[in-house]
Design a protein around this ligand. Structure first.
Ligand code: DX5
Ligand code: ZN
Length: 233
């Protein structure tokens, strides 16, 4: 261990980054008629977080669920709630989502005019602050705000719907962001969301992702618990 540390230190690497390899199943693909059972399945699985997609029908062309549902889920979930806000002006809802039980609150770069203040307010409210990038948004735009974030969520599909195909260009974005983060703010996590499955999970972790969101891959599989396990490996 000491040898490894010295090796990285002496080879000029400023920080040691250990991949976290976390999985956050997205409840958007769950059976809403049996949500309690689906949450129990995640509780008992190797999943690390519970990913909740909140959509307002304005920022994205879909409406999912809001505060009362997040609050109900928080009562039963034994995993931290990773809340992905696909809404305009997310700064208006920081405290309500904190009170509904969110642990990690992520806002879109494209939806937040005062991103720096918004991230600070999320932290001040006692949550981890995430910033989300749409597929067209360049990771270099985050350079000045990275120290104020705990996580960057890279969308690998256009947000709004589960079950879409992974956009291959995302791999380059993850690699580029990994280098930036290691240099500027090494503690910041990289999460990837959209079209993640057992075929691309390994490559995504190798490219530098720490957390993978998976909706359809988990909930539409024959054995969701085994799929979560497979995604981690
Ligand atoms: C899409 C959501 C995702 C979605 C992922 O806008 O942000 O979290 O649930 O679903 P899959 O894994 O099926 O692409
Ligand atoms: Zn999401």
């Amino acid at each position: 261990m000491l040898f490894l540390f010295l090796h990285f230190y002496l080879s000029g690497k400023q920080t040691l980054h250990f991949m976290k390899k976390m999985i956050a199943p997205s409840l958007l693909s769950a059976n809403f008629l049996d949500l309690g059972k689906e949450i129990e399945m995640i509780n008992k699985s190797e999943a690390d977080w519970m990913h909740l997609d909140v959509m307002d029908g304005v920022f994205v062309p879909n409406i999912s669920f809001g505060l009362p549902v997040v609050h109900a889920i928080s009562k039963q979930s034994e995993k931290p709630l990773d809340v992905h806000l696909m809404i305009v002006n997310p700064d208006r809802y920081i405290l309500p989502f904190r009170d509904a039980g969110a642990h990690i609150l992520s806002v879109h770069y494209e939806a937040c005019t005062h991103l720096h203040r918004c991230l600070q307010q999320i932290r001040e409210a006692g949550m981890k602050a995430g910033v989300v990038l749409n597929p067209h948004t360049n990771v270099s735009l985050l350079e000045d705000v990275l120290p104020y974030a705990d996580m960057v969520l890279i969308m690998s599909v256009n947000p709004g719907f589960g079950g879409q195909e992974f956009i291959p260009q995302t791999m380059r974005k993850i690699e580029k962001l990994r280098l930036m983060i290691d240099k500027i703010a090494p503690e910041v996590l990289i999460e990837v969301d959209g079209g993640v499955n057992t075929d691309n999970a390994g490559t995504l972790f190798s490219a530098g992702a720490d957390v993978l969101v998976a909706g359809n891959a988990v909930f539409k599989s024959a054995n969701p618990t085994a799929t979560i396990q497979a995604l981690k490996k």
